[in-house]
Every structure is written in C-alpha cells, then in structure tokens.
Design a binder for this molecule. Sequence first.
Ligand code: HEM
Length: 218
Amino acid sequence: MLPKLLSLQQPRSCGQGEAVRDSEHFFIVVHQSAELLLGQVVGDLIAVARAGERNPCDWAEVESRLTRAVGIAGLLQRHIEVLEHLPREHFHAFRAQLGTATGGQSEQFARIFAMLGRGEPTGSSEPGRDSGGMLEGPGGPPPAGVTEGLAALRQAMRRWQVAHIALAERMLGDAPGTGGTAGSAWLRSRLLPVPDPGSRAWSTRRACPAHIGGADPA
Ligand code: HEM
C-alpha cells in the first residue's frame, strides 16, 4: 500500500533541470497530502451530520470530531503557507504541464465549503448570517461547544482561503487561473463570510449527506 502511495508523485516537467522538477514534486506532494487530510475532514463532517440527525445525539462525539476537523484545517493552512518555498520562476516553468488542472476540481474541498454553507441562502438580509432556528435537529439544539466548534471550523477554512489567495496573488498577480477563472479576484469572491460566533447560523443539518453529495452550490 505505502509503495503505491509513494509512487504517485510524478512530475511532468522535463528538460528544465532538476531544481524545477523537484519544485514540481513539492507542489504535487502538497496537493496530495492536503487531499488525504481533507478526506478525514469530510468523513468527520459526515459523521457529525449523521449524529445530528439522531435522538439522543452524542454531542460529545460531535464536538470532538469538530475539534479534530479544526486542527486539520490549521494543518491545511500550513500546507498553503509552506508553498512560499516554491520559487515563482519554478512554478511558471512547470505551470504549462498543469494544462487546465486546478484546485477548483477538488471535490473534497468543494464538499467542505458546501457543508460550511457557502452560497446558501441564509434567511437573513445580512450576507452569511442566519435568522436562527437552523440548529434544531431531532436531538434538540446543540450545546454551545458544538455551535462554537462549527464556527471555529468555518473560521479556520476562511483562514485557509485567505492564505490561498495570498499565494495565488504572489504566483499569478492578476493573471487568470489554469481553471479559466479570473484568478485571485475570483477567489476573493468565494470567501466564506466572517463568522459570528454568536450567530445560530451553524446547522448540523447543513452538513447532511444529501447536501455533501451534490456539487458546490456556490
Ligand atoms: C502555486 C500554487 C497555487 C496557485 C497559484 C493557485 C491558484 C488558484 C487559482 C487561480 C484558482 C481559481 C481557479 C482557477 O482558475 O484555476 C484556484 C482554486 C483553488 N485552489 Fe489553488 N492555487 C495554488 C495551490 C493550491 C493548493 C496547494 C491547493 C490545495 C492544497 C489549492 C486548492 C485550490 C482550491 C480548493 C481551489 C478552488 C477554490 C474555490 O472553489 O473557491 N490550490 N487556485
């Protein structure tokens, strides 16, 4: 199993020297390891959603899974930040090899952002805020620790987005992305709203499996 995993990092750039090739390897490793961590977050959020549908709900387990997801989101942010050690000229030397491939194709990222409510109507005139009442599942309203855990996860994923935008700006400036978007400007339009820990906008129902399975609604 492990040899198979370790054989999946195959830079495509050739004829541009070892340094460029190793930088492309670095780029691939960062993406792939992020996907492994994301798989854990998706799994934990699915479990959170299912627990929220049960009565009685094991809120302690929900809270501990959310705490784990927040920890992983912090690691994902570091994944982005470590790419400051990817020389810009190396990135541009191998970028053509990426074709139209883009992080925007990551289903796991899209699922997580969907679960966190990006692009959903909130029932409030204030963007990103909810009018309340979304937290009541069959097990009753979650305790403060769960509500805060969801808010912390949203905040952590927003920090990931901010770090990612800074990276895209450093690498691309105003140039478009390989996925055909306007690049940094498009990414800025995708930011999760600034969370309000006091808001009841956090619904375990939003993370229901049906919602997770669909395309990113944003
Ligand atoms: C040199 C490094 C990177 C640059 C310049 C960059 C740039 C971009 C750009 C311009 C987009 C917009 C879509 C497009 O047109 O391609 C995008 C989307 C995205 N990228 Fe990156 N990216 C980089 C690294 C990463 C890494 C390491 C990850 C994940 C580990 C990642 C995950 C994503 C995700 C999830 C999206 C979709 C965002 C959304 O839907 O709001 N990117 N990236």
